[in-house]
Design a protein around this ligand. Structure first.
Ligand SMILES: *Cc1c(COP(=O)(O)O)cnc(C)c1O
Length: 366
């Protein structure tokens, strides 16, 4: 055994942790690598947090985060008893893996998807099987209609951005009546329809969302799930066996304000969608092949330049994007949609990187 590991539990030794995208310590990069929102949170969020910064911080927060859950309930037209809140949707997902997706039969998820899923399976000892996406990186729901211990995928999927229709999700929820279907809607606000309304009809459907992307609050750590109260109860049991106060006072106040400010949310979202469509066209004109995206990122490959070399060339010029060295997708870059100026800067830089090397000037005279 490695000497440094002598005090480690077998659990700690057996883990293969998730590796998040780089968070540089200096501001010298344009960050298009972790799908953060390029716009600041709503001013109302900052006001609500400022009001909450007081002597009351000596007191524990509301363990039920009722103010935040009520705002989610209001925004989505669902009862508070159908809402579960957590410290980022990663935590909500972790609890879902433990509370709802660990069974004798294997959990199913796509071969190309959010790379945290196999990590949770490792942590909780969940048996899983990956289901290949089609050639065009689409989820074929028929492939999931087999005996399983649960099904999970993001919609739109990550890191591809491909969207699955609600009809297909409902079909699968119906086919899959004996296990839970978790739909991770981290990016749904940028181009999809939420499956939340379907949770009324399907007691095996859990929909997970985050405030990190479309509400510009990655730094505050807020996520939630909507589903039948019986599913929510299982999540609450796990939460209360782990950390009863996952949302602090600032997060509860800020999260509630973010959910309530629909106008600001729609404005910033629409700007990102417009920038995405424009960036899509620009990348295509530079020779990239780009998957259709319903998210706040594009997944693109260049027929002549390996993704890894583009990644390095962009980095040297101050742009961070994400590359996954994994089967099927190692030729792709995942590029977060930034502000209009950031996208223009990226396109100009790529044009420079991709320009054919200038011929040496021919020698003059003799
Ligand atoms: C970003 C992301 C999440 C997690 O977001 P949190 O910041 O933990 O709320 C979950 N699922 C997918 C697919 C994501 O891309």
């Amino acid at each position: 055994m490695d000497e440094r590991q002598r005090f480690w539990s077998e659990t700690a030794r057996g883990l293969t942790p998730y590796v998040p995208g780089e968070q540089p310590k200096t501001g010298r990069y344009v960050k298009l690598n972790t799908n953060e929102n390029p716009y600041p949170p709503s001013p109302r969020v900052l006001e609500a947090i400022a009001r909450e910064v007081s002597a009351a911080l000596r007191l524990y927060p509301d363990p039920d985060a009722l103010l935040f859950k009520s705002a989610v309930s209001e925004a989505h037209g669902v009862p508070v008893s159908s809402v579960f809140a957590g410290n980022g949707s990663d935590e909500v997902l972790a609890h879902a893996f433990c509370a709802l997706l660990k069974h004798d039969r294997p959990l199913l998820f796509p071969d190309v998807t959010y790379s945290f899923y196999p990590v949770y399976c490792g942590l909780y000892g969940i048996d899983y099987r990956t289901v290949p996406l089609t050639e065009r990186f689409e989820i074929r729901v028929e492939d999931y209609a087999v005996p399983n211990g649960g099904v999970i995928f993001p919609n739109p999927n990550a890191p591809t951005g491909c969207l699955l229709s609600l009809d297909k999700i409902e079909w699968l929820a119906r086919q899959n009546a004996d296990s839970v279907l978790v739909v991770d809607e981290a990016y749904v606000d940028f181009g999809g329809k939420s499956a939340i309304p379907l949770t009324r009809r399907h007691s095996n459907l859990l929909v997970v969302q985050t405030l990190s992307k479309s509400r510009s609050l990655a730094g505050l750590r807020l996520g939630f799930a909507v589903g039948h109260p019986d599913l929510v109860e299982a999540l609450e049991r796990v939460r209360n066996s782990f950390n009863s106060y996952p949302l602090d006072r600032l997060a509860i106040a800020g999260g509630a304000a973010a959910m309530a400010d629909r106008r600001y949310f729609e404005e910033t979202r629409d700007r990102i969608v417009r920038s995405r469509e424009r960036l899509f066209r620009e990348l295509v004109s530079l020779g990239f092949s780009v998957l259709p995206s319903a998210a706040n990122f594009l997944f693109a490959t260049h027929p002549e330049r390996p993704a890894r070399s583009l990644l390095g060339a962009l980095r040297e010029r101050g742009f961070l994007v994400r590359h996954f060295d994994r089967p099927r997708i190692s030729g792709y870059l995942r590029i977060t949609v930034g502000t209009e100026e950031e996208c223009e800067g990226l396109v100009a830089t790529l044009r420079e990187i991709l320009a054919p090397q200038k011929q040496e000037d021919p020698p003059h005279g003799r």
